[in-house]
Design a protein around this ligand. Structure first.
Ligand code: NAD
Ligand code: G3P
Length: 338
């Protein structure tokens, strides 16, 4: 399988950065944005000034608002629309059966509590799916700084073709067949990054942040396994890798939002009129609901949902988390373990 022509659907920061990475890897790239005026502006200025300012886009990177122009000649579609808009965006496209789809969105759909691959499987069951996820701030990747991600597809040949299509010296996709584990890592870390931000905003200290990352990883792993993913995937780039990045940097929108919540600002005031997406805000409730249905214990994710959606103040949630009984660190490491 050879992938030469790539359509990137979604021209936010990450879609634009991935279009640039694919172009650097020698592919023919078309970047689609839903707004004709944005397509005109990017074509004119060779810059996505709203979402990825300061990064020059090459002249032969095509930009369009016509889905057919992007999709009809593509060997693969890279889906980089925010998770809550993925379904609507997909239903506005004519996608031929068999065309591989790679989701780079990190979230769970609020109206159905479905992961992105579940949405794809429901809407486009005849198209093979893959996931691109991992520690990757768009600005750094676009600037050519070294970035490594997980590229996961159940079809090994597709995973290998995608690695070949995107890989460069500085953009390094590592293959996996565990699509579920990879997408869970990306979706859950945004909720945990809000929690890490709250910890920072409340000045609870670096020990607390490290504890949160570690216990958060345990939550993400339990959730991934319950959905059919592999625990080892959460030890990789799309798991611990992305968790460490996003829980430690104010470049993260999720972490920054959490930090402002931790300092006492109201959610509505923080979200304001920013055009950028903070995926964890929408994923938290779905994650909590889905975890409950699967009987997976996720106290940190539950706490974030309580702050965002039930008006509980961060101090109360922290108190509750710290009141939980302590016990064995791993379920299989108690006195009955061999
Ligand atoms: N920015 C990053 O560093 C980064 C890195 C890795 C993954 N991601 C993930 O990529 C996805 C996209 O995030 P982003 O940072 O590129 O977005 P962004 O915040 O830069 O921009 C939002 C984009 O969504 C588009 N959009 C909004 N509503 C839409 C709709 N109904 N249909 C189609 N498009 C719509 C907007 O036009 C805009 O292009 C998210 O799931 C995010 O978690 C982002
Ligand atoms: O800015 P955030 O919090 O959406 O994080 C961006 C990327 O997902 C980091 O890998």
């Amino acid at each position: 399988m050879t992938i030469d022509r790539i359509a990137v659907l979604g021209a936010g920061a990450w879609g634009t950065a991935l279009a640039l990475e694919a172009h650097r890897a020698g592919r023919k790239v078309t970047l689609w944005t839903r707004r004709p005026e944005q397509a005109d502006e990017i074509r004119r200025s060779r810059e996505n000034a709203v979402y990825l300012p300061g990064i020059a886009l090459p002249d032969d990177l095509a930009v369009t608002s016509d889905p057919a122009e992007a999709i009809d000649s593509a060997d693969v579609l890279l889906l980089v629309v925010p998770a809550q808009h993925m379904r609507a965006a997909l239903s506005s496209f004519e996608i031929p059966p068999g065309l591989p789809l790679v989701s780079a969105a990190k979230g769970i759909e609020n109206t159905t509590d479905k992961t992105m691959s579940e949405v794809l499987a429901e809407m486009l069951p005849d198209n093979p799916a893959a996931v691109l996820s991992g520690p990757s701030f768009a600005g750094e990747a676009a600037a050519g700084k070294p970035t490594a991600v997980t590229l996961a597809a159940p079809d090994e040949r597709l995973a290998l073709a995608l690695i070949e299509a995107f890989g460069t010296r500085t953009f390094r996709p590592y293959g996996s067949t565990d699509l579920v584990g990879a997408e869970v890592g990306g979706a859950v870390k945004n909720v945990l990054a809000i929690a890490a931000g709250i910890v920072a905003g409340m000045e609870l200290g670096e020990n607390a942040r490290a504890a949160l990352i570690t216990r958060g990883l345990a939550e993400a792993t339990r959730f991934a396994v319950a959905l059919g993913g592999r625990a080892e995937t959460l030890m990789g780039l799309s798991g611990i890798g992305d968790l460490v990045l996003t829980c430690s940097s104010t470049t993260s929108r999720n972490f920054s939002l959490g930090a402002r919540l931790g300092k006492g600002e109201a959610l509505e005031a923080i979200l304001g009129r920013s055009p950028s997406v903070v995926e964890g805000v929408f994923t938290a409730a779905s994650l909590h609901r889905r975890a409950r249905t699967l009987e997976v214990e996720m106290p940190i994710a539950e706490g974030v949902d309580a702050v965002l959606n039930r008006g509980i103040d961060p101090g109360t949630v922290v108190k509750e988390l710290l009141s939980r009984p302590v016990g064995w660190e791993f379920a299989d490491a108690g006195p009955s373990a061999s």
